[in-house]
Design a protein around this ligand. Structure first.
Ligand code: SF4
Length: 488
């Protein structure tokens, strides 16, 4: 291990504690019990005039034929085709209730199907979901229509059909190429190589083709993961997301089955994270946040360069491509400019509520001015690595005492971290240093007015992390990841 890695390792030992992923602010554990439709309907109504005009739609399809042992997602294993059909009927019904409330002059710029494994659902069901959207709203020219896929359940014909339905962006869960690792976590081996999948997807017009990897899994070593990174590069994807596995069997009991295997220790995970970064940077990929890498001509690289990078439950996106998120399906979270609404998590209860003609909400949150400030600051940090507190106050329309107090509190919480060399400060502007990206969630936590509150510890106790899932119990990740994962 290099000197640099050794000192980083010391830092990890010092800061080896959970931190929110901040795919939303506030994180979902702070949402409150749904208190009746009127106020939420008002929020939907206001979303037509208050926030970005762009409309993003998220559909949660929580079905998988078998469980990956690292899974932290909210998904149903081995559901019958009847159950899946009834669920999809409910999702379409929910969409037919809510979509008419969105102003018809607004355009859909993004549709995202996450799960679970959306491509485990019969293809005609997916087509009919898109048709339901088209019945109510018009898609913008060049709208992104994305789907998360398990390549082991895909065929070339299915991929072609998806493109004919209108899907134009795909994210494939690779996780690792090493057979021993995949066998241990109960992940099926795709019949077609990742390189062929990427080539086929490109041929059918998909763009922003993404491969997901996870480090920290059983049997992984620096050497085997290095080989996985090289195979990923050889597959030539437009984007790569590399997530850290957090082992939390006390939250997700099935993960305990992995306890019998050797798992990489914190130091090895650190080396894997560093190797990942150096591998993709040397190959010319542009880093997006702490764990995403994209080609220089990818839309996200352009968004980073021109200041339009954004982040929501679906992950990183451009402001051109995303707007306020209206989400459908069990546990899905709508992410509006002035509030959040999370659906009932339990599938039966969700379906029953929709069939009664109710909005199937379980929890909601209405933003305060301080929340807006914190969201602006945390987004700026996680997207660009720069927080200009004066600009944040202006964007949040919170200049004056509240903006000043928020900035002063943040700087107070940041001060002890300055000595670690994670950021530099120039007046009211902080900039993340190279080493700081590995700990960016801890910096974000310093921008979070709640983090010091007494209930934060309790909220964190129920957190768990993981991979690329559409929603997770209790948190904000309408797909990706579990709520609180460790930085490394
Ligand atoms: S990790 Fe993904 S594919 Fe595997 S069980 Fe969980 S949701 Fe399904």
């Amino acid at each position: 291990m290099t000197q640099n890695a050794a000192s980083l390792q010391e830092l990890i030992a010092k800061y080896d504690k959970p931190a929110p992923r901040y795919t939303s602010y506030p994180p979902a554990p702070y949402f409150k019990a749904f208190d009746g439709a009127p106020r939420y309907l008002q929020l939907i109504e206001e979303s037509n005039s208050k926030g970005p005009k762009n409309v993003s739609l998220y559909f949660h399809l929580p079905f998988c034929p078998q469980r990956c042992l690292f899974c932290g997602c909210h998904t149903e294993i081995g559901a019958t085709s009847t159950f899946i059909r009834e669920y999809l009927d409910a999702v379409r019904r929910e969409a037919s209730m809510l979509l008419p409330k969105i102003d018809k002059s607004r355009r859909v710029t993004q549709i995202h199907l996450g799960g679970g494994t959306p491509n485990a659902v019969p293809l005609p069901e997916l087509e009919s979901l898109l048709n339901e959207v088209r019945k109510h709203l018009q898609l913008a020219e060049g709208a992104e229509v994305a789907i998360e896929c398990d390549p082991s359940l895909l065929t070339v014909d299915k991929l072609k059909k998806l493109s004919e339905f209108g899907f134009n962006r795909i994210s494939m869960g690779i996780q690792d190429f090493d057979r021993k690792v995949l066998d241990a976590v109960h992940r099926r081996i795709p019949k077609i190589s990742a390189a062929d999948w990427v080539a086929h997807a490109r041929e059918f017009g998909f763009r922003g083709i993404n491969l997901d990897l996870i480090y920290g899994l059983p049997h992984q070593t620096l050497e085997t993961f290095g080989a996985t990174l090289q195979k990923t590069l050889a597959a030539n994807p437009d984007r790569v997301s590399v997530f850290a596995y957090a082992h939390v069997p006390w939250v997700k009991g099935h993960q305990s089955e992995l306890d019998k295997f050797p798992m990489p220790a914190a130091a090895q995970r650190l080396e894997m994270a560093m190797l990942t970064r150096s591998t993709f940077l040397e190959a010319g990929y542009v880093p997006i946040g702490m764990d995403h890498y994209v080609k220089p001509d990818d839309e996200l690289a352009h968004a980073l360069a021109n200041g339009h990078l954004h982040r929501n439950f679906q992950g990183y996106c451009s402001k051109r491509q995303t707007g306020q998120v209206y989400a459908f399906g069990a546990s899905a979270i709508s992410q509006l400019e002035w509030g959040y609404g999370q659906n009932i998590k339990e599938l039966d209860l969700y379906t029953q509520a929709v069939n009664r003609g109710e909005f199937p909400l379980e929890r909601v949150y209405y933003m305060s001015q301080l929340d807006i400030l914190a969201r602006e600051a945390i987004n700026a940090l996680m997207c660009f690595g720069v927080v200009d507190f004066d600009a944040v106050s202006q964007r949040a329309e919170a200049v004056g005492a509240i903006g000043d107090q928020y900035r002063n509190e943040c700087l107070r919480r940041l001060t002890p971290l300055e000595a670690e060399g994670w950021f530099t400060r120039n007046g009211n502007v902080i900039t993340v240093a190279k080493a700081g990206w590995l700990f960016v969630r801890h910096l974000a936590a310093a921008l979070d007015p709640r983090q010091e509150a007494a209930n934060a510890a309790q909220a964190a106790a129920s957190e768990y992390p993981l991979k690329n899932c559409a929603t997770v119990d209790g948190e904000s990740d309408n797909p990706p990841q579990p709520r609180f994962s460790r930085s490394i």
